[in-house]
Write a protein that binds this ligand. Structure first.
Ligand code: AMP
Ligand code: MG
Length: 428
């Protein structure tokens, strides 16, 4: 398990482009979680901690891919039907007792081991649809290629192959691979422990009555859900008032019990933004002015836990859409690296913008959009959500993802092909 350094977020520039922020994070952060062994039934969505090398061939033996008759190809007539006596029966789980000879056919079923015999045994399986069995004899159609319908030992995986890489988030297909090797359990990283808290005297918990001038806390629940989707173990530290003592106490407690702290609100440099002062007093704070819209400075802080660990504090902007966007772009890869997951950037897809769009040069813009239908060339069409402010949660609900417009872009005309980042790429 690695330790983070005190200056892992140091950055001296002015506006920080998203790609630079990402490469900075992936270079300076590292997996901070230990490992544990879990059974296959507990392994889904966990992050594999070690490479897995195949201990055996899969399939372990040559077997039939169909129901039919196993024969020596050399026994078949090239241009005419062949009639052979049926001399045995082999089903999955029930290998043939003894060898199969030249000049005979063996009834065989899918998954059954190919029979042994002289010259390596029968080499070909004729599908039952191409055969007629009568009175202990089978008539086979001509034209089959040697080796047809025979699955070779090791054709899927060979002993010694690297089958699963450390850092892989385990999906059902990876679990199938491990199971096919006979592995009953896997070494995985422990879930990253993340504390989530909101700040703001105006922020109240859903479920309570809302006083005048107050709003419900959307961010904390949104961020917790995103982290849980990513397999983190989330500790809810609630809503903190704009008061330095309470924030200091909460951060210290959170650091002792977690690997990362995610906060929202209070990250501007206004006089009510107390969380900045607290982080500065108890550790380090670097403001990153990300060159993005929506988004504002995000706070990349570090506080020390009682045991000496450096615990990053990721301070998100208070506006929910800005929080969502910065968490999606920066928080998601950050969590991946710290949780040991191989950093796999979310995939972007080509879509066609349905209307003209103007933007400012110098910052990357993430426009919430819905996909509807396809254009003449077959590409999905992206329709921008009507309202687009950083506080408009309905722009997230009404969208399938972000249109990702580069720093240098200023004007796009309808019909232009643009990059689209689906929410499904980052919210799983
Ligand atoms: P701040 O970053 O604290 O200046 O907040 C910026 C805006 O986001 C203000 O309008 C806040 O009321 C709002 N805001 C802050 N925290 C939350 C939250 N947890 N949920 C919803 N809105 C919030
Ligand atoms: Mg605030």
């Amino acid at each position: 398990m690695a330790q983070l350094t005190d200056d892992c977020f140091a950055f001296s520039g002015d506006l920080l482009p998203v790609d630079e922020a990402l490469s900075l994070l992936t270079k300076r952060l590292t997996a901070v979680v230990g490992t544990e062994t879990v059974s296959l039934s507990q392994a889904r969505q966990r992050v594999l901690a070690v490479d897995v090398i195949a201990r055996r061939n899969v399939p372990p033996y040559d077997n039939s891919a169909v129901d039919g008759y196993a024969v020596y190809h050399a026994d078949l007539n090239a241009d005419a039907e062949t009639v052979l006596p049926v001399r045995g029966r082999v089903a999955a789980g029930h290998p043939l007792n003894g060898p199969a000879g030249h000049g005979e056919a063996i009834r065989i079923f899918t998954g059954a081991p190919m029979p042994d015999g002289p010259d390596g045994g029968p080499d070909t399986v004729m599908m039952q649809e191409d055969c007629r069995e009568e009175d202990g004899k089978v008539t086979l159609l001509p034209g089959i290629k040697s080796g047809s319908n025979r699955r070779k030992a090791g054709e899927d995986v060979g002993e010694g192959d690297l089958i699963l890489k450390a850092g892989t988030r385990l999906e059902p297909q990876h679990i199938a691979m491990a199971a096919s090797q006979g592995l009953a359990d896997l070494e995985v990283y422990r879930p990253l422990r993340v504390a989530v808290l909101s700040t703001g005297d105006e922020v109240f918990e859903p479920g309570c009555d809302l006083p005048a001038g107050a709003i419900y806390d959307a961010n904390r629940h949104m961020i917790a859900a995103m982290l849980e989707n990513m397999g983190c173990s989330v500790q809810d530290k609630g809503i903190l008032p704009d008061d330095e003592d309470s924030i200091a106490r909460a951060l210290a407690e959170a650091a002792d019990e977690n690997d990362l702290i995610v906060t929202s609100g209070g990250m501007s440099v206004g006089e009510e933004d107390h969380i900045c002062n607290v982080i500065r007093q108890s550790g380090e704070l670097n403001f990153w002015r990300l060159a993005i819209k929506p988004g504002r400075p995000v706070g990349m802080g570090q506080v020390k836990a009682g045991d000496g660990r450096v615990v990053p504090v990721f301070g998100l902007p208070g506006n929910p859409v800005a929080a969502f966007t910065t968490f999606t772009l920066i928080g998601y890869p950050m969590v991946q690296v710290m949780a040991g997951q191989e950093n796999c950037p979310p995939r972007r897809y080509a879509v066609v913008l349905d209307a003209d769009y103007k933007k400012k040069k110098g910052r990357r813009e993430f426009v919430r959009a819905r996909l509807t239908g396809r254009d003449e060339s077959g590409l999905p069409k992206a329709v921008k959500h009507g309202a687009s402010g950083a506080a408009i949660i309905s722009s997230l609900v009404g969208a399938d993802g972000f249109i990702d417009l580069g720093e240098d872009t200023t004007q796009i005309t309808a019909g232009t092909v643009v990059d689209f980042l689906p929410f499904s790429e980052v919210l799983r």
